[in-house]
Design a protein around this ligand. Structure first.
Ligand SMILES: [Zn+2]
Length: 313
């Protein structure tokens, strides 16, 4: 589905600011950006901004905003605002309200209701209700169009929230949640390939761990089940690989280890047949191509070991 996100106004639109100088656009654009970011995590969703993102230097005319959404064939238009009341200075008007055009089909009312409900639920703002209005962006859009006023810049208490990053994120999350539920959006597949980031460690599980185990196995550092559980066996494999490749031996499969593994896979300059495992009392200490490394490990362990095995990989 196609969603057009509109951060109302531009950064320098006259009058659109709090008594203590926060521009309305500063709030609108951050919520718009977070909303876009969240929606990117869902399948079959496309987004555009109808405002000048992210600077707002140009206050895109309302006609241009609605033309853009109409020509693109948006399914939903969501316009994000902060409210103002009075002729200057602080006053008591406060709370959150949501608008649709005066005459709208049921489907528009439904999504608007859900967005409004989620916003109230997640922000705990005073509920001023879902309202009808003859605003340009609601009237001239061919698709469902919803405009949210997330609090009053002219109310001192609302304003304390409007300026915080956490409140802006909460507003974006509420709007996104309503959209995801209403349109039954499916999340994108999670990452299945190990990329070194985030670092995998003991206790992790999933497709990325399987990928790591397969790669370690191919290099001769793992010979247990590819089960996607980062247990002691996987950790030992990572440590042994790190030992052999001049890496910090921490058992974390992070970016440096990832890079070295890819290099080893790309560059089989040391045929695996010439690598020998050194196993001390049943635990693999390392796998080495250099005889001197093997001898060094024997020297390290000979005093305390009952059995040292040298095994061709
Ligand atoms: Zn506004």
């Amino acid at each position: 589905m196609k969603i057009c996100i509109d951060a109302g106004h531009g950064i320098n639109t006259p009058g659109k600011q709090s008594p203590d100088g926060m521009k309305e656009f500063e709030f609108n654009v951050v919520v718009a950006g977070y909303l876009d970011e969240i929606l990117q995590n869902y399948k079959n969703v496309q987004t555009i901004f109808s405002h000048d993102h992210p600077t707002g230097r140009r206050d895109v005319p309302l006609r241009e905003r609605t033309d853009k959404a109409n020509n693109w064939g948006a399914d939903l238009f969501i316009s994000i605002h902060a409210n103002a009341f009075g002729t200057g200075g602080w006053n008591n008007a406060n709370g959150l309200e949501t608008y649709v055009h005066n005459v709208v089909p049921q489907r528009t009312l439904d999504i608007a209701n859900e967005i409004h409900k989620k916003l109230i639920e997640k922000t705990n703002m005073r509920n001023r209700g879902l309202k009808g209005a003859n605003f340009h962006v609601l009237r001239e859009t061919d698709m469902s169009a919803v405009l949210v006023e997330c609090g009053f810049m002219t109310n001192y208490r609302d304003m304390q929230k409007l300026r915080t990053d956490s409140y802006r994120r909460t507003c974006a999350e509420a709007i996104a949640e309503a959209i995801v539920q209403h349109y039954n959006l499916d999340p994108k597949e999670t990452q299945t390939n190990w990329t070194g980031s985030p670092a995998l460690k003991r206790g992790d599980r999933g497709e990325m761990v399987k990928d790591l185990q397969r790669q370690l196995q191919e290099l001769g550092y793992y010979d247990m089940d590819i089960d996607g559980l980062f247990g002691p066996g996987t950790e030992r494999g990572v440590r042994n690989f790190q030992k052999d490749h001049d890496l910090a031996v921490d058992g974390f499969a992070g970016p440096a280890t990832y890079e070295a593994v890819q290099k080893a896979l790309d560059n089989p300059s040391t045929p695996s047949k010439e690598v020998f495992r050194v196993i001390v009392d049943g635990e693999q200490i390392g796998a080495y191509a250099e005889i001197s490394n093997i001898i060094a490990q024997i020297e390290n362990h000979i005093k305390d070991a009952n059995e040292i095995t040298i095994q061709r990989v």
